[in-house]
Ligand binder design. Sequence first.
Ligand code: SAM
Length: 276
Amino acid sequence: MATVELNKKMWDGNYEWIKQGEEWSRAWGGSEAQWSAAIMPRIHTFVPTGTILEIAPGYGRWTNYLKDYCDSLIAIDLSESCIKACQQRFSDSLHITCHVNDGISLEMVEDHSVDFVFSYDSLVHAEADVIEAYIRQLSRKLKRDGVGFIHHSNIGRYQQIFSEIEKIQGTMRESIVNKIFLSPKHWRASSMTAELFSGFCDKYGLTCIGQELINWGTDGLLNDCFSLFTPKGSNWSRANRIIENTDFMNEARLIRKLSSLYSVSSIPDENKIDPR
Ligand SMILES: C[S@@+](CC[C@H](N)C(=O)[O-])C[C@H]1O[C@@H](n2cnc3c(N)ncnc32)[C@H](O)[C@@H]1O
């Protein structure tokens, strides 16, 4: 189980953060390429906007881009060292405020003040009880026409397979998990699914308007999900649309290939021109 305590231990101590999370963007050719070709196409309808709430920014891999798409940004993470790092990294951006939380509470956010809530590559490690608590509070924190994009685990969908694998003894078990997932489960929260997420939204006056089930770092299992949601009756409301995307890593491979040609970081520093 990926409990809040284990997350705190991992991200506020065990993990070294030498590259500020940039290491997780390697498959896309870097965070700039991942942001512009994998994340922006999925959220461009909702930004720029007024207030963005980012849950679990880590060292600010996405905050670095989100900050340019809003009037104010609130970043909340359970790790004190991550929030300290964000405060240092973005000390020049006076419209960003950073808070440490207990892994559950959003009490530092004013009710009905958030236009867009975003979380990427973080809450995949949050179990269903934590996701439910965040959704419950978000129903109050979002404005009437607010919207959310949250990346979470869908690995609960395969719980049955995993419990069968758990019964296998010794090293054989690890090699089966590796074969199915390419690398072992990526520490996904085993209790979470896309269905649960949309159920939590319904329960608390929100509604899921889109869910993309993806094969994050795997060969075809839909272990993760991006959920789009909004308050019931908002301007964004529509029936949920669900897409099963088993090409997510193929998309990453293509982005990586193209990034060597098109990304800002592919241009030698001395040739860069400030477009302004
Ligand atoms: C893998 S890092 C990713 C950070 C950042 N989103 C990125 O992509 O670089 C996971 C982050 O989620 C935070 N986190 C995990 N569970 C959390 C929770 N329940 N509430 C708030 N932050 C959480 C951790 O402290 C850590 O900063």
